[in-house]
Design a protein around this ligand. Structure first.
Ligand code: ZN
Ligand code: ZN
Length: 382
């Protein structure tokens, strides 16, 4: 098995939550329309700004260090506890109905140029704005303001992602032997998911992918419900992650169950080399296009350019897919503190697939991996 150790999930290092709203206020000034306040309706953004993990809240980020946090009665105590634990000072108000909540928010936003999260507001919410915000100076749409700030992780966030990744690696160490025992994709996925929970994670960061033999050629083949039995000679793509304190991990390993064919062996070597080239390209100042091209050129040189059918990677944090995207079609420049994946693959329909994925934190001079399982197709030699 790998030498990955179980992380201490009880004593995770603190995150710097309290300063985030201040950075958001600075960023708002630079938005189109220069919003003075922001109505945050996306829950994961509220979590990032306040530490609140519940399922219903709206946060109004106001000038002069003021935050108005509005939720319903179910979350009165939890909101007070979690914001205090995060060191976040906010006025916490309850209202039982959406109309009541919007009345509170509208009164507080009176006279201000108010930004809304254009990608995360429903039509019903938009109509309530019309109804309950008659006195704002202007409503301006914003896109990706909080998402842009969330890209750069603090040390506590990186530690949570790495802890989640280590739980995921140890879980694979403990159940990987089942791959050689004629297990179905469904049952292997279930064993892996169960072990992740048993080891103390909150759950999976996304539905586990177990894709054996020809199923491996489908990059997002789900384990759940799949009756295919994993047999000798299969390559098995395992793409999965754990969740620790709300933070996701993401790793893909491809395992060869017993001896595999020459094509499969070559696929593995090409993808491993492509992934290493991509990892080597990750550093501050590198563009998404450059990292993508580093992977793609290795696979292209092997004659499989058409078989690498997706982008190279993505940011990881409170969400499994965040900015920055790492792809030929994205204008993004990497900077220290971002957490991104590098996950090239080769997929040959009817035969097999290989993908290898690590999650990396961009450092001052390059990157450091947060996923630590071996990259060797023979699980029994780990
Ligand atoms: Zn993945
Ligand atoms: Zn990924």
């Amino acid at each position: 098995v790998s030498d990955v150790a179980l992380p201490d999930l009880v004593h995770l290092p603190p995150m710097e939550v309290a300063g985030r709203a201040g950075r958001l206020r600075e960023a708002l000034g630079a938005t189109e329309g220069s919003a003075q306040a922001l109505l945050v309706t996306k829950l994961v953004n509220i979590r990032w700004l306040t530490g609140f993990t519940g399922s219903a809240a709206i946060l109004l980020v106001l000038p002069d260090d003021r935050l108005l946090f509005v939720t319903d009665g179910r979350y009165a105590e939890q909101a007070a506890d979690q914001l205090a634990a995060a060191g976040v000072e906010a006025e916490i108000r309850m209202a039982l109905t959406a109309a009541g909540q919007y009345e509170l928010l509208g009164a507080a936003a009176s006279g201000l140029v108010l930004g809304v999260e254009a990608d995360h507001i429903t039509w019903a919410q938009e109509r309530r704005l019309d109804e309950h915000f008659p006195h704002v100076a202007a409503l301006v749409p914003t896109e990706g303001v909080v998402a842009a700030l969330r890209q750069v992780k603090d040390g506590g966030e990186v530690a949570r992602i790495e802890a989640a990744a280590s739980v995921a690696s140890v879980a694979l160490d403990r159940v990987g032997h089942l791959l050689y025992e004629r297990v179905t994709e469904n049952d292997f996925g279930l064993a892996l998911d169960t072990e992740i929970r048993r080891l103390g994670a909150e759950g999976n960061s996304f539905p586990t992918i177990v894709a054996s033999g020809p199923n491996g050629a489908k990059p997002h083949h789900r384990a759940a419900g799949s009756p295919r039995v994993i047999v000798e000679g299969d390559l098995v793509v395992l793409d999965y992650g754990a969740l620790v304190d709300g933070y996701c991990s993401d790793m893909t390993r491809t395992v060869a169950v017993g001896p595999v064919g020459d094509t499969e062996t070559r696929m593995y070597e090409v993808v491993r080399a492509a992934q290493a080239a991509g990892v080597a390209a990750v550093r501050p100042g590198a563009t998404s296009v450059e990292v993508d091209a580093a992977c793609r050129s290795v696979i292209g040189a092997a004659g499989w350019a058409e078989a690498f059918t997706h982008g190279t990677g993505h940011g990881v944090g409170l969400e499994i897919h965040e900015d920055p995207r790492v792809s030929w079609s994205v204008t993004a420049t990497l900077e220290a503190g971002q957490v991104v994946t590098v996950e090239p693959g080769v997929y040959l329909a009817g035969l097999a697939g290989v993908r290898i994925e690590d999650t990396l934190v961009v450092t001052g001079g390059g990157s450091r991996p947060l996923t630590h399982s071996p990259k060797n197709p023979d699980f029994r030699s780990w």
